[in-house]
Write a protein that binds this ligand. Structure first.
Ligand SMILES: [Zn+2]
Length: 339
């Protein structure tokens, strides 16, 4: 099937009561690892690219690799999503290229660093929703700021999402999905110790979901940073500090309270790097890139297949037929006319 809208994947996930992993990619091996994991577990999936990934792949390599993915895995529903669009133009160019979903992160100004006002966030998000929905594409907004920095993007400090503002934001913008800040951070060093209820405000997710039951909630910075992956990197010459991510059981609790999209990037990076370091350390005579890229791809596939089972998306690839972007566009127009 062709690329599908993220909205459809998340609506189906909501009906089925599960979450869908959104995995970041930069190259062919990562796309292959995700698609193989999706086939292995029969999972619908979101593949996402940051601005950094778009410039790394010059857009066109990414686009054509994704075309190969949908051609080779026709049974897997896949959405192609822009992660952390910094301004409306970045989102428009992604939609024009064929992304079926975009994130307009108006929680920060266009520099990707300065916290933005609520009014600014509403204005840019609204603009992107108008453009995207007129083409059947999905929009994710963000309210509140996460900790950490990802690909140079981020304020660095956590500002938790305010539930009253969340309701107002969704009403004013019409976003399909909302990234909420509830204590997670981007990157490998999310927490200095295992996070407890004081750090991860799961009750905040519950409250936002109760007040916005139709809005799909998104967890950013949701890698779990498995100790064995950090240990493997360090065993073969790496120097990562001890790190704690978001425990899978906390993510599963979020899924029970309206979280439908879970962003995972750091764990994939750790899996890939650990596998490559192992080959470099153990097989000094090897110099064919396939000798280390194959194990890297296999390690990432293993990690992602596990996450697909953890999030509950496994087994759901065959549940539904793709709704075309044109049908989605008609649906949005009808919903707007009915208001
Ligand atoms: Zn993020």
């Amino acid at each position: 099937m062709p690329l599908v809208s993220m909205r459809q994947l998340l609506d189906e996930a909501s009906r089925g009561g599960y979450g869908v992993g959104a995995f970041n990619v930069n190259n062919m091996e990562q796309i292959q690892a995700i698609m193989e994991a999706a086939r292995e577990t029969s999972s619908p999936v979101i593949i996402q690219a940051s601005r950094g990934a778009r410039s790394y792949t010059n857009d066109l390599f990414l686009w054509h690799l994704m075309q190969a993915a949908v051609e080779l895995y026709p049974e897997i529903p896949v959405a192609l999503h822009l992660d952390h669009g910094n301004e409306p133009e970045t989102c428009f160019s992604a939609i024009d290229l064929g992304f079926t979903s975009v994130m307009m992160d108006g929680s920060l100004e266009a520099d990707g660093k300065t916290p933005a006002s609520f009014e600014y966030n509403v204005a840019v998000s609204k603009k992107v929703v108008a453009y995207a929905h007129a083409r059947g594409a999905t929009v994710e907004g963000e309210l509140g700021t996460l900790g950490g920095i990802e690909d140079g993007h981020g304020f660095g400090e956590v500002h938790l999402t305010d539930p009253d503002e969340a309701v107002e934001f969704v009403q004013q913008t019409g976003v399909d999905a909302l990234a909420v800040a509830f204590g997670t951070s981007h990157g490998a060093y999310k927490f200095a110790q295992e996070p407890t209820g004081d750090v991860l405000k799961m009750d905040l997710i519950e409250e936002i979901h109760r007040r916005l039951p139709e809005t799909h909630l998104v967890m950013h910075g949701s890698s779990s940073v498995p100790p064995e992956l950090v240990a493997q990197v360090n065993q073969y010459g790496g120097a990562l500090k001890p790190a704690w991510g978001v425990p899978v059981k906390e993510i599963q609790l979020g899924i029970r309270h309206g979280v439908r999209k879970i962003n995972v990037d750091t764990d994939s990076r750790l899996a890939v790097t650990g596998a490559i370091r192992k080959v470099f350390a153990e097989s000094l005579e090897k110099f064919d890139p396939r000798d280390y890229l194959k194990p890297a791809r296999a390690a990432m596939q293993k990690l992602i297949a596990g996450r697909m089972r953890d999030f509950g998306q496994a087994g759901h690839a065959g549940d539904y037929e793709a709704i075309s972007l044109d049908e989605m566009r008609v649906g949005y127009a009808a919903a707007a006319a009915a208001v």
